[in-house]
Design a protein. Structure first.
Lengths: 244, 443
């Protein structure tokens, strides 16, 4: 039975992943800001087979509280087998450019807060001697694009931090997985027109849980073919990237 | 902020095809998105065939993301979940724990909310009645912001209006249903050929007492002495011993799909006759004992994703009627003769008898008698004219047409078939409407 802590548990991809973990009878410590949504998620996971569900309402942008929150999760579960860091926002880029404060808020929620959690959890797992740290990043972190580079920059920080941790912690028995979903149909992207490149949260959740079950470390593009798309985009000249 | 998308061909029959505006609901605790002044209609999986799930010019409230379970008691089989949960998800959850749907329609890819709104029936209607008979309660959210818990004893009138109420009485946010104990994922029974309609009715009489599920396939092109020939299937839930003795395992089913819409209907005079002939003759002996996996017994068409596309861009009209038991033989013969004469019709024509168990909804479709369901590729006016002739036979006999399958019946046909309509009308929420409601419920 796996003991799983999820930060930003009510986000679409986290919820889909949690449903998959629940089928196998996992125990959960779920952290999110919205108490009602958290209750709904907890009830759903119990019906789907979760052995136990503990819930904690918290604002993850308050980074000074995060170390204590990680310790609380570890004590509540009696050890952590999988930690999924999934919180984040998709900011209005124009608003970020117009207001420095808005941009900093975004970086706080999307980059600083998850980075603090990654470091804290990595320390916890190292002491414990095992565990799988999973970070929800994005293909948007692979290259700055005109429409979403503030969001992209925050995800780039997580990707680089995670990749480095994956390499350095492998020798200590800790697995670190950076997940880079492409376009996913969730409440975060509700306002976008959906096309053939879009995946469902359920598919991405299944891919994440499959990767954790097979002990994967490093980077997971999901759906897989985004790896090829991003390989091209990373190497494309600026005058092309400017148009996409 | 309300986010809207446009969807074309939003009902399963691909007719009518007008594009619809939809906003996805994500939180069952949230108020209805009524910022505009247009009418709204709950929309689940879009598996209704005609226009009862459409609201052209208004807004659809998509329930696909209201897909959370709320409570399940393994010991009693009582399940509470959000209205957008599909029957497929309920089976995936409940069957490994020994429970199954008490009543299921011919596809599991419908939402529970949609199943309640259409008060769906299944092959065990003669024993279990409609799904509505197994609904313990639901929460109804109306445009005045009220949330009512409705059950046969609480808000009983709203309950009766909402079961089979086609989504017009408000939004069902969550529901509690009673599941049914099963010993396996299989059904055991018999598959028996019959040469004409009289033989069907005598088989039906013989087996409804001993078998929970009965259904028949009919060759809609047969005529004369062979009018209404077909294959009768009856089954009970298989015991664990029966499954073990047969060594049965769930078949791995191939991910079949109709990936694109062909430019023309593939169901036509060239294909229909050979298919029906082969389907009737593929079973050599007249009576075969069989063991079915629940998927192949209840949901044969679910194995082929997007099967509706074989009817081409013009779409299909599904037709399902029921005629009262008193004259069921003569009226069924008249209907089949009319269809056979037209040469139209489809591969899979389903025929069965409904039992006497009363439906709880004011607008529930089933009544005791015989029900016939089949698809017609839309070939233009001749198809509509044929269905009008069938309507006349059905209405004359005191029968009715199933709204979930309809896109074309007249207001008069509907109103004569559903005498409790006047009791239902006051329960329509003033902000809710559908293309179907505007077409047939208004004078």
């Amino acid at each position: 039975m796996q003991r799983i802590v999820i930060f930003g548990a009510t986000s679409g991809i986290a919820e889909a992943s949690a449903r998959e973990f629940a089928k196998a009878g996992a125990s959960f410590f779920l952290v999110a800001r919205n108490a009602v949504a958290l209750d709904d998620l907890g009830a759903d996971l119990k019906v789907r087979g979760a052995a136990s569900v503990q819930m904690r309402v918290a604002d993850l942008s308050e980074v000074e509280n995060l170390p204590a929150l990680c310790r609380e999760a570890g004590i509540a579960l009696g050890g952590i087998d999988v930690a999924l860091i999934a919180h984040g926002v998709l900011p209005d880029q124009e608003a970020c450019l117009a207001s420095c404060r808005k941009a900093l808020e975004t970086l706080q929620v999307n980059a600083v807060s998850p980075a603090v959690l990654m470091l804290e959890i990595a320390g916890y797992l190292t002491q414990q001697g095992h565990g799988h740290l999973v970070i929800l990043s994005s293909v948007a972190g692979d290259r700055g694009r005109p429409s979403n580079y503030v969001y992209g920059a925050s995800k780039a920080l997580l990707s680089v931090l995670g990749e480095g941790m994956a390499l350095s912690l492998a020798s200590k028995g800790i697995k670190v997985l950076v997940v880079k979903p492409g376009f996913v149909d969730t409440k975060m992207t509700a306002a976008f027109k959906k096309g053939a490149l879009w995946a469902s949260a359920a598919d991405v959740g299944r891919a994440i849980v499959g990767a954790v079950e097979s002990g994967k470390t490093g980077v997971l593009y999901t759906p897989r073919w985004w790896q090829l798309i991003m390989l091209i985009i990373k190497h494309a000249p600026g005058f092309i990237v400017r148009r996409i | 902020m309300r986010v809207e998308t446009d969807i074309a061909r939003a009902s399963w029959g691909n007719y009518p095809a007008e594009s619809q505006r939809l906003t996805l609901l994500r939180d069952r605790h949230a108020p209805l998105p009524l910022e505009g002044d247009e009418s709204v209609l709950p929309y689940g999986q879009g598996r209704s065939y005609g226009d009862s799930c459409l609201n052209t010019g208004g807004l659809l409230l998509g329930t696909q993301a209201l897909d959370r379970f709320i409570y399940f008691d393994d010991a009693t089989g009582v399940l509470t979940c959000e209205a957008g949960v599909t029957l497929a998800a309920i089976i995936d959850l409940a069957l490994p724990r020994g429970w199954f749907l008490p009543v299921t329609p011919g596809t599991k890819f419908v939402s529970l909310g949609g199943a309640i709104a259409n008060d769906v029936h299944g092959k065990n209607h003669h024993r279990e009645g409609t799904l509505g008979a197994h609904v313990i309660s639901f929460e109804l959210l109306t445009s005045d912001g009220a949330r009512r818990l409705c059950s046969p004893s609480e808000n009983a009138e709203v309950f009766a209006a909402t079961i089979g109420g086609l989504g017009l009485t408000g939004l069902v946010t969550s529901a509690t249903i009673q599941l049914k104990r099963v010993a396996s994922a299989f059904l055991s029974g018999r598959s028996i050929k019959f040469g004409n309609l009289d033989e069907f009715f005598s088989l039906s009489e013989t087996f409804v007492g001993s078998h929970e599920y009965t259904v028949s396939w009919i060759d809609c092109l047969s005529a004369g002495d062979a009018l209404g020939r077909g294959i009768f299937m009856c089954a009970n839930q298989a015991t664990a011993d029966e499954v073990a003795a047969a060594g049965a395992k769930a078949g791995r089913h191939l991910p079949l799909t109709v990936p694109i819409m062909p430019p023309l209907s593939l169901v036509n005079q060239l294909t229909l006759k050979p298919f029906n002939w082969a389907y009737y003759h593929r079973q050599y002996t007249s009576d075969v004992a069989r063991l079915w996996h629940y998927n192949s017994f209840h949901y044969p068409l679910d194995a082929i994703a997007n099967w509706n596309r074989i009817y081409g861009p013009k779409g299909l009209l599904q037709y399902q009627c029921v005629v009262p038991r008193a004259d069921q033989q003569a009226v069924s013969r008249a209907l089949l003769a009319e269809i056979s004469r037209s040469g139209q019709g489809s591969f899979l024509v389903v025929f069965k008898t409904f039992g006497a168990r009363a439906s709880p909804g004011l607008l529930s479709f089933p009544m005791e008698g015989a029900t016939l369901a089949l698809d017609f590729p839309i070939r233009g006016l001749s198809t509509f004219a044929l269905l009008d002739r069938l309507d006349a036979i059905v209405v004359e006999a005191g029968g009715r047409i199933y709204p979930a399958k309809d896109a074309r019946m007249s207001g008069e046909t509907f109103q004569r078939g559903y005498p409790r309509l006047s009791e239902f009308l006051p329960f329509i929420d003033p902000r809710f409407s559908s293309a179907f409601e505007r077409r047939v419920m208004r004078k």
